[in-house]
Design a protein around this ligand. Structure first.
Ligand SMILES: [Fe+2]
Length: 301
């Protein structure tokens, strides 16, 4: 699988019921026992949770509120210059707090009246069917931990800031919320590894790392760009290609580096038409259909 979920640190439960989040050696919190203990605790809350119960409330520490505050403020400044208008408007309506970490229950409460989306708690990796499929029902699976406080502007994993500032902001837009729902419906029609892989790549290059032209300027609408303090400043240097489902669906990408190739929509309307249209028609035959379309295409001049 080439889904973003690969980025999440693995979580295991021991025979005694103890939960361990396995951070990579290069993770900023790897050598910090208190941070690791914290991660284990937050993951255990998610594992104890089941749909139907209230989302676990995490008692965030002052250090965690400070991380949120720093990143939220810095990203908001960057969004004015670099985020697309649809996202900026959605964030205005969503009204995420600046000074403290919001609870997932609260984020769902803010999203509900706007687009009907709500959040579920996840310890880490969520299986393909569950993560993507739930989008069709207006449910977004989210982790609840924050990045390490030593490097608030960097995280090797998608943390709460990615899930809420990145995805939550886009899910507050009726247009983007519908695109996510359409992706969820598409994922439920897929059963072959090839079709799922094709779909996940399109999701990556659009909902996670999509960019769009607005008044001659390139703007971000992908959650991965919108939540990344570093990458949001770099995406205008990427190699840009027009929206092309057949190309996105087979292009490799490296999850550990800034994306060198991005696909730019001409407008949000074009995005909805091309990518929304793909999600509406996507099934197990999609990879073969797009392969034959690519073959039938005359070579570029
Ligand atoms: Fe994401």
């Amino acid at each position: 699988m080439f889904e973003e979920a690969q980025l999440y640190a693995p979580v295991t439960t021991g025979e005694d019921g103890s939960v361990t989040v396995h951070l990579d050696e290069g993770h900023p919190g790897f050598a910090d026992p208190a941070y690791r203990e914290r991660r284990n605790h937050i993951a255990s809350l998610a594992l104890e949770w089941a749909p139907g119960k209230p989302i676990p409330t995490v008692q965030y520490t002052e250090a965690e509120h400070e991380v949120w505050h720093t990143v939220r403020r810095e990203l908001a400044t960057k969004h004015e210059r670099l985020a697309c208008a649809e996202y900026r408007a959605a964030m205005e309506y969503l009204r995420l707090p600046f000074d403290r970490v919001p609870q997932l229950e609260e984020v769902g409460g803010l999203l509900g009246p706007l687009t009907g989306f709500t959040y579920h708690s996840a310890a880490g990796l969520v299986p393909f069917e569950e993560f993507y499929g739930s989008l069709a029902d207006g449910v977004f699976h989210s982790t609840q931990y924050l990045r390490h406080h030593a490097r608030p502007l960097y995280t090797p994993e998608p943390d709460l800031i990615h899930e809420v500032v990145g995805h939550g902001g886009t899910l507050a837009s009726p247009a983007f919320a519908e695109l996510n729902r359409a992706a969820g419906r598409a994922s439920r029609r897929l059963s072959t590894p090839e079709a799922r892989d094709f779909f996940a790549r399109v999701f990556w290059f659009t909902i996670e790392f999509g960019v769009v032209w607005e008044d001659g300027e390139l703007r971000a609408y992908g959650a991965g760009l919108l939540s990344s303090y570093g990458e949001i400043e770099e995406f205008r240097s990427a190699e840009l290609r027009p929206l092309d489902i057949g190309e996105m669906g087979v292009l490799d990408y490296d999850i550990t580096h800034y994306q060198p190739i991005l696909f730019a929509a001409e407008s949000v309307d074009q995005l909805m038409e091309v990518v929304g249209g793909f999600f509406e028609s996507c099934d197990d035959e999609a990879p073969a259909r797009y392969r034959s379309l690519q073959r039938a295409r005359p070579p570029a001049a």
